[in-house]
Design a protein around this ligand. Structure first.
Ligand SMILES: Nc1ncnc2c1ncn2[C@@H]1O[C@H](COP(=O)(O)OP(=O)(O)OP(=O)(O)O)[C@@H](O)[C@H]1O
Ligand SMILES: [Mg+2]
Length: 267
């Protein structure tokens, strides 16, 4: 029995597609033949426990890590192992795990860093107002050093900085990490608004399956570097394996992977 159900892509080519991508850290194979598609205008998610390879997928897409095998196509162009700066210029921006804002720059300067390749000053000014509209706290703190923001506010800044590049696709790595349930909910609501209002396509990776499945249209389940299941999020939510392992109490996943209890810590 195969748990993989190829989805019907209709007439439209996917905005992003990965074909049999394999990436390693030295001798450690982190992802092993990952194939996935993200359609224009959707929010797609990759669910998986600690160490499953979620961040590795995003790093390989954004060019931080070169794959050993496989290919990556974005908007009809082969971007496999291209330079990260080139990939950003094509309209694909990565918000890494742990946010990584520039702590000694002001909030406003962090936002401008996101727009550094743009020449359209009016557009940049408009987008600055747009992100202040989504996250009003950033406007209040515009002149303050980003390092003084709380973890949740830094996550807002990291997402906003990505928006300042005027992207077609945002890769979002665990926006809920280390945040309270209330703040997580708030950030997810805005991610959905950005998708609906701005039409930004989003690929989200998360351990918080509940939030991710509610926010996303289509989902992939990653265990031990391999995609073991994919479906619309409506259908994934109804599957017993997902309910029990990712949304509930069962100790082993689809392929017998154990749930990790370890809590991550940040610098
Ligand atoms: N820089 C690195 N050097 C060596 N091994 C690494 C490195 N980064 C990740 N790995 C290993 O690659 C595998 C996948 O890691 P990855 O960070 O992609 O997982 P993840 O799904 O993002 O996990 P988490 O939920 O903890 O963020 C793990 O076994 C991890 O230990
Ligand atoms: Mg990760």
């Amino acid at each position: 029995m195969s748990t993989l159900t190829e989805r019907d892509d209709g007439a439209q080519a996917p905005m992003l597609s990965l074909l049999n991508v394999e990436s390693s850290y030295g001798p450690i194979k982190a992802i092993r033949g990952v194939s996935l598609k993200v359609r224009k205008g959707e929010i797609a998610t990759v669910l998986g426990s600690n160490g499953a390879g979620k961040s590795t997928i995003l790093k390989t897409i954004s060019g931080i890590l070169d794959p050993r095998k496989g290919s990556i196509e974005f908007k009809g162009q082969d971007v496999t192992a291209r330079d990260p700066a080139f990939i950003v210029q094509q309209g694909l921006v990565h918000v890494p795990e742990g946010r990584e804002v520039f702590p000694l720059l002001s909030v406003r300067d962090n936002l401008l860093m996101g727009a550094y390749t743009r020449k359209d000053r009016d557009g940049v000014a408009r987008d600055m107002e747009m992100v202040y509209g989504y996250f009003s706290i950033l406007k209040e703190r515009a002149q303050q050093d980003a390092g003084l923001l709380s973890g949740g506010q830094q996550q807002m800044l990291a997402i906003s900085r990505a928006l300042m590049a005027n992207p077609d696709l945002i890769l979002l790595d665990e926006p809920s990490l280390g945040l309270s349930p209330k703040l997580t909910k708030e950030i997810f609501e805005i991610v959905v608004r950005i998708n609906r209002e701005r039409g930004t396509t989003i690929l989200l990776v998360e351990q918080n399956a509940n939030m991710a499945l509610n926010a996303s249209d289509y989902g992939y389940v990653l265990e031990n570097g391999r995609i073991v299941m994919e479906d619309s999020c409506d259908r994934l939510r109804e599957k017993d394996d997902i309910k029990e392992f990712y949304l509930g109490m069962k100790e082993t996943g689809v392929r017998g992977e154990r749930r990790w209890k370890k809590k991550k810590t940040w610098r």
